[in-house]
Design a protein around this ligand. Structure first.
Ligand code: SF4
Length: 378
């Protein structure tokens, strides 16, 4: 395992100029809700420490999670793999195959025992002893136990690995299960972090790896083991269409006047009000503003949220459980356990804050029949 290659003479690190690399690390720090100065600490960790060995296990998946990493530009995947982490085993990207690949996996597990990060991509079929997904003659069910046992941490990437995803959709013929449930049933206590999404945002994966590398522990997680920096708020709080929601302006049909004007997609089935993710902030594919589903005019379908994506009908109305003001509004109360979002929203409404308008728009919207948009401009 080599140290990260960088040259002070050429002033380049991982393909960046030194200044740009520091900027990149600071951006990643801010994205994780850390102070700006933490960027220097991340940069130091990346440039002075051995690259963390990573073994990647793919089970019931579509390779979308790997594809999403291939679409990153800052840095590109080759930089990410070859300079930030040491990718020891990845079934899709391996040069070797067959016995050679499996021998390398076993060698890496032995050499980096207790130190490697195991990334799990895809759900694990548990029905009929896991015979529905086999790699090199072994079931994914047994491989997960074998590989997680000696890992420092497990990153379950994508909705399939995090909570079952598409393969677990009713009637779930293979018993597709998330990694953390399988590990729990096997009594394996290796810490697991879930990064759901279909696909997940590659920066949430990269941030988690950088955090682990810098601080030697996983970032703060929510009750579903998701990093709070990425899944701490519902999409609806950061959506650029939120002002239209608050004002009661909705698209009713694809291509109608409201849709063309960029109105809220709630009545087309947007699940942003019940989905926790940072899609409107992180965006996808590094192509600029609007590069996320709602930004392109399609309702969020809650791909990252258990019980929403691949579970609810695509265009059924969301069930808003968390009526919260847009994230840019001042907090009415500080976030505290015991004070529910609903309580905060109610108090905000009483105090005349704009959430009152949001709640009113929501209630009036929910009370309308199909075809009645409630649009104020109609
Ligand atoms: S309902 Fe969807 S489109 Fe409308 S503001 Fe919320 S997240 Fe955005």
């Amino acid at each position: 395992m080599k140290k990260v290659e960088h040259s002070m003479e050429e002033e380049t690190i991982c393909g960046f100029s030194r200044r740009d690399f520091l900027k990149f690390c600071s951006t990643m720090a801010v994205g994780m809700g850390l102070p700006l100065g933490t960027g220097a600490k991340i940069a130091e960790a990346v440039t002075t420490q051995k690259r963390p060995p990573v073994l990647w296990l793919s089970a019931q998946e579509c390779t979308g999670c790997t594809e999403t990493l291939l679409r990153t530009n800052h840095p590109t995947l080759d930089k990410l793999i070859l300079e930030l982490i040491s990718l020891e085993y990845h079934e899709t990207l391996l040069v070797g195959a067959g016995k050679q690949a499996e021998q390398w996996r076993e060698k890496s597990m032995k050499e980096y025992k207790g130190k490697y990060i195991l990334v799990v991509d895809g759900s694990i079929p548990v029905k009929d002893n896991g015979i529905y997904c086999k790699i090199a003659g072994k079931t994914a069910l047994s491989l997960l136990g074998e590989m997680a046992q000696d890992a420092a941490a497990v990153i379950a990437i994508g909705s399939c690995a995090s909570w079952g995803g598409i393969p677990s959709a009713d009637p779930n013929p293979t018993g597709a299960s998330p990694a953390h449930e399988v590990l729990k049933s096997k009594g394996i206590k290796t810490p697991v972090v879930n990064i759901p999404g279909c696909p997940p945002n590659p920066y949430n994966f990269l941030s988690t790896v950088l955090y682990f590398l810098t601080f030697k522990k996983l970032p703060e997680l929510d009750d579903q083991a998701r990093p709070k920096f990425a899944y701490g708020r519902i999409i609806h709080e950061n959506c650029e269409r939120r002002p239209h929601f608050d004002a009661g302006r909705f698209a009713i049909q694809f291509g109608d006047d409201g849709h063309r004007k960029g109105y809220c997609l709630y009545k087309l089935g947007c699940k942003g009000p019940e989905t926790f993710n940072n899609c409107p902030i992180q965006l996808f594919n590094d192509v600029g503003s609007g590069a996320w589903p709602v930004g392109t005019g399609h309702p969020c379908f809650g791909c990252s949220e258990k019980g929403v994506g691949f579970t609810l009908p695509l265009h059924s109305p969301a069930r808003p459980k968390y009526i919260t003001p847009p994230s840019l509004f001042t907090e009415v109360f500080p976030h505290k356990e015991g004070v529910s979002s609903g309580t905060k929203a109610l108090a905000a409404g009483v105090s005349g804050a704009a959430i009152g308008a949001a709640a009113a728009a929501l209630v009036s919207g929910l009370g309308k029949k199909d075809g009645d948009s409630g649009n104020k401009e109609e």
